[in-house]
Structures are given as structure tokens and as C-alpha cells.
Design a binder for this molecule. Sequence first.
Ligand SMILES: [Zn+2]
Length: 453
Amino acid sequence: MKLEECLKRADETKELILKKNALEEIPAMLDAFFPANSGVCLVSDEHTHKAAGARVEEILKKAGINIAGSHIFPGEPRLHAEYSHVTFLKDWISSLPDWKNLVPVSVGAGTVNDLLKCTSSELKIRYMSVPTASSVDGFTPNGAALLLDGFKQTVPCPAPLVVVADIDVIAGAPAYLASSGFGDLASKIIAGTDWIIAEKAGSAGAMEAPAIDEIAWAMIQPGLLDALNNSINASRGDGDAIKILFESLAITGFAMQHYKDARPVAGSEHLFSHVWEMEDLSFNGVPVTHGHKVAIGTLAATAFTELFFADPKGPPEVPKGFTRPTKAERKAATEAAFKGSRACSRLAETAVNKMMDDKTVDAINQTFRDSWKEMRGRILERLLPYSELKRLMVRADCPNQPETIGLTLNDVIITARKAQMMRNKYTILDLAFDMGNFEGILAKIEASDIYLR
Ligand SMILES: [Zn+2]
């Protein structure tokens, strides 16, 4: 689906300017979409202020627009999406004169944008986003990914009213930010296969397993492979590749605005990254970006899905004598897996709540056995084979082995178990768990010399 059409389906963002010299359009956008404004307040960090914030200030001053304040977060250590920054920004903005009529403008990558998105929502004012990198799909959705009580959560909040993305600014961002965006875009492959799986499981009674929404699907899935292939050179500052990458990521956010949930854009691969976000994963002292974590999560989920659907005859064998765990066993296993985490008891509660009764689980399993040929065909049609996905990641300078983000194969295996426990959202991990072949697939990944190597 074309960008204009996707924008029409998004009910919160009214305009996306994506072109060279887009910054020059900010005054006109303020006029057109925030007519009653008494000026702006800007939020950036030291890097993004240098990359675009200073220029935005110049443009605003030249246009005679009041800049009521400008908050610049330190560049180092890298800014985290901690809720405490939202509390700070709320106090800061509401201390500015006539703040209810100001337009907050975020000039930055994903974190600055998410912080101001949540802040604006809590202050009940709309904001403008000026992205400085195509690093993440989080610029346009109606939610902000924030760390709250040690737990990465998507806090519901309105999307930016207007997004002004300057291709020259974005092309000038460090390469790792573009490859992060590439990783986040690649994750939509698994978001798609997991949705196919969820829909089928949902038809047999699974929880949190909705039917596919044709519009959200049409926005993201049909053009996904082309978008990935055409954005490979984004990390090398190629303007055309940057444009495609940014636009594709923005559209995934519009699909969320349309669908009002992350199902169209995130599946099991994001659950891996959520675990590493909770654990504050760093490599050589530098926090690993969301998109780089998602890239490895996407490889892991692809390996898992490929192995699950490998046999044309039917699902992987269940070990002899397998029995599903009781609720008490599940609670104990989850508490052990997340021991030391502030969110431990909450996660254990989720893992227990998502357990279905035996009758439902049997019905889901039977549905997949009965429709194996059809389901396998649909999944393999969408799933990019692991070898091809890895080749794409290599070409896009994206992390493509656990070690490239400071993890081992064993870490990823342990993460898969946690990923299955942590959210009530039906994915391939739940299907394998319910069918009794979850551990068997992990063992196959460990024994292979292809997957996650
Ligand atoms: Zn993401």
C-alpha cells in the first residue's frame, strides 16, 4: 500500500514530510496543523541537537516563531527510554509560559521521540516529530516503548500529529542507527508468520491470537521483501535507500495506528529483544540498540520457525512421556528464569495466566496437524529462509551472529525460554510449547552448524 493511502488509514498522524530540506517546512507545518500555537519547545540530545536541532532553531527564529525552551539531554552515556525522563520533561514543559499552547518538537532518534511522545500524551498536548535517523519503527505508532519498573512496556499514547523527516539529516546519522532500522524492518517477516500462526490457533480457541486484519497486513507484508532489498545501503548513507527504509518503518507505525495494537509489527522476535532490553544488554560498554537486538531476535525466530515447519509430513515429534507442566511448575520455572528481575513476580503471573486448559491446547494441536500442509505452505511462502535472511543482514551491516551483540548461542537459547513466558501474545513459541516440541527445536538449533553461527 502506498504511503499516502497508509497515512489516510492512520487516524492520529496527519502529515509525513519525507524529503531533502524537509526541515525548512517546519514553520509551515506548525501553521497548518497547530494553528493556535504560541510557539514551540524543543527536545533533543547533544548528538541530535548538532545533527538537526541547531538548524531547526535557526529556521524557527528566521520565521519569527517563539522558542519557549530547548532541552538538550547529554549525548553520553547514551540516553535510555526510562520513564523518569518523562517525569522530568513533564515538569519542564509545564513550567514554561503558556505551555498548553506550545508545540513540543522532538529532534532525535527513537528514544528522544518516545520520551516526548509519552510526555505530550500525559500533558494532553500534541507534538511534532523531527527524526534524525531511520533507526526504529517507533516514530509513528500510537505508543512509546519505555522502561517502567524494570520492564520494557509499550505505553499507549497518541502518535505525533506531524512528522518532518529530512533525508539529508537522516543520511548523516551514524551507520549503526540505519542498520538498527533495518533490523527492526526485517522483524516484520516474523510478525507476519506469527500472525498467520496466531490466527489459526485463535480459530481453535487460543488466547491473544487474533484473526489477520487485511488492511494492516496490506500496509506491511506485500512490499516487505522489496523494501528490505532496496534499503540495504541505508547504513552507507545512500539517500534512496534511507528514504525507502524510513518510509517502510513509518508505514509500520501507521499500521499500528490503524490496528491499535502491535500485532501487525511485532511477533516472537520482539520478545527476544524485550528480554535483552530488560537485562540492559550492552556490548563493550555500549548499550545495544533496539534494532540490533531485534535483528538477532529475528534470526533466532526464523531458525525456530524454519525448524518447526521443516517436515512436510507433520510437526516435529513430541518426546515420549511428555506432559505439559502444571501451573505451579510453570510459576516456579518462570520465577527461576527471571530471578533477580524487578518484574519477576509479574512475569510469573503472565506465564501462568497464559496457560490454556488441556482441551483447548489439544484442539489447537489437532488443528495444526489437520491443516499441516496448508499452514506449512503459507508459512514457508512468507518466511525468508534463514540463509537468505542472514545474507541480507550481512549486506546491510546488521548484526548477524549472537556474538556481534555480545551474546553466545547459549544466551539466545536461554532467552527463547524466557521469551515464551513473558507475554500473553500467541506466537510460534507458544505453538511449539503447547505441542511439546519447544525444547526439541532448541536442541536442534544448538546442534546445527548453521543457525545463529
Ligand atoms: Zn521494534
